[in-house]
Design a protein around this ligand. Sequence first.
Ligand code: NIG
Ligand code: FE
Length: 429
Amino acid sequence: MSIAEPSSIALTRASQLLTLAGSPLPRSGKASRELGILEHASLVIADDHIAWVGPHSEFVALHERGELPEVGRAQTIHDCAGKVVMPAFVDPHTHLVWGGDRLDELEQRLAGADYEHIFAAGGGILSSVRQTRGASEQELFEQSLRRIQRMQACGTTSFEIKSGYGLELETELRQLRVARRLRDEAGVRIKATCMVAHALPAEARGSDEARARCLDSIVDTILPAVAAEGLADYADVFCERGAFTKAESARVLGKAAALGLGLRIHAHEFDHSGGVELAAELRAKSADHLLVLDERERGLLRDAGVVAVLLPGTSLVLGKPYADGRALIDAGVAVAIATDCNPGSCALENLAMVLGLACYGCKLSVAEAIVAATHNAAASLDLADQVGRLEPGMSADLLVLATSDHRDLVYHAGSPLIREVYSRGRRLH
Ligand code: NIG
Ligand code: FE
């Protein structure tokens, strides 16, 4: 997408303007379905941020008197009658920097092969590790930017990006440097996560000693190097059978916390791995996947204020059950949703479609899914002071939908309803 010049612009007469006005904290319970809808409303963008939001009649009065905050008379008036204006999506869980592809594995899985078996046999994640180790920084940057541009066209303007296809120092740093370049050179709002504990690399699979040496190198060398270069905001671990045990995950995340990184965790995708207990003990920002979860574990997440990040695209692609989002929300847990965009278990890029899956599969209401894909996702990434709500002072990251009712996003999930995408006040084309 090319980027147009910034200017002050008024989006006027929207049929529904979803403000999500309210607390910057992750939302649970009743607040997790409050969209703060204004009808027949207008919004003014000044440069990169929102200057004013309110009823259209007030806009008209202020505009005539030249009294709109910061802009006086808005330069451009863009009539949004019959349309919905809402916050742009925030994707809080992606692995979108990877080399090559796994199209052959897609065909194997469609013919019946099992994801965990492919992984255990040295394919799956390890296949992407081989391809990513063989890719230059520039190749990774160009591939990843193309993915981001497609995701932006689907309405996402903020991204979390994990490393974890290097599993050794050089390639992990290269992936994270690509994430930094996407932020600094391409101007994309990005939070980076070091996920060197994504899988045990092939060279560490021979013996218990090799496994122990690998863990030592993660904790003593790789995480400190990542932190020293300031390349990551968070660390994440695949705490799952076939990957890392609860004790190993505790060691990795404990070290990451000591280095000042925030914590996230892949947990309970296949099993009661203990990852949820760990997330609660360590006050992780998020626990992600959560297909296998009981009432006690939901209580742990709620009491510790951990955001549950649901990835229903992965359930669809792998033919797994959907996480019980309804039970999580009813238990008072704050829920976010994400694509999990990665080369294997789910390469879906369209968070609007995943929002539909969160309703049909995880049993969220439309309003809960919208909060989950905007404000709660932002809060899980410590971005709630910038994006996820349409209030004065927030970054102008927003969408214009070609419909007058936001529920069409789920009713017609996957249809091209997202007509305009603004990132930091600039319309993306
Ligand atoms: O979240 N589970 C681990 N990581 C990814 C899958 C990565 C891959 O298959 O390459 C996930 O599903
Ligand atoms: Fe993932």
